[in-house]
Design a protein around this ligand. Structure first.
Ligand code: FES
Length: 107
């Protein structure tokens, strides 16, 4: 399995306690900023047809815009509402004001 770092977004484009959608190789991801740290998860909610990047970030939790399901941004674990399946998360790193995400090149 090949793991590769991919450019996702400029760090300055993500406000603190904010989330933006990025698309890397046809995969929709949500990138979050908590303080000076960046996190990435799948953008699609595990409960239904909703984009988490259209949701709200509250204290390290992303709230889905459709049924208000909540996930921990750092771990992807369900944190309330109707969701029970964890979100997939991806490692991130910053370099030169840019955010990179490590994704599995084969999935
Ligand atoms: S689609 Fe996200 S909570 Fe239902």
């Amino acid at each position: 399995m090949v793991m590769q770092w991919r450019y996702a977004v400029d760090a300055s484009a993500v406000d603190e306690e904010d989330v933006v959608q990025v698309v890397i190789e046809n995969r929709e991801l949500a990138v979050y900023r908590l303080g000076e740290e960046f996190y990435a998860t799948e953008d699609a909610c595990t409960h239904g047809q909703a984009s988490l990047s259209e949701g709200v970030v509250i204290n390290g939790v992303i709230e889905c815009p459709l049924h208000q399901g909540r996930f921990c941004i750092r771990t992807g674990k369900p944190r309330g509402g109707p969701v029970s399946v964890p979100l997939r998360t991806f490692p991130t790193q910053q370099e030169g004001g840019k955010v990179f995400i490590r994704i599995d090149a084969e999935t």
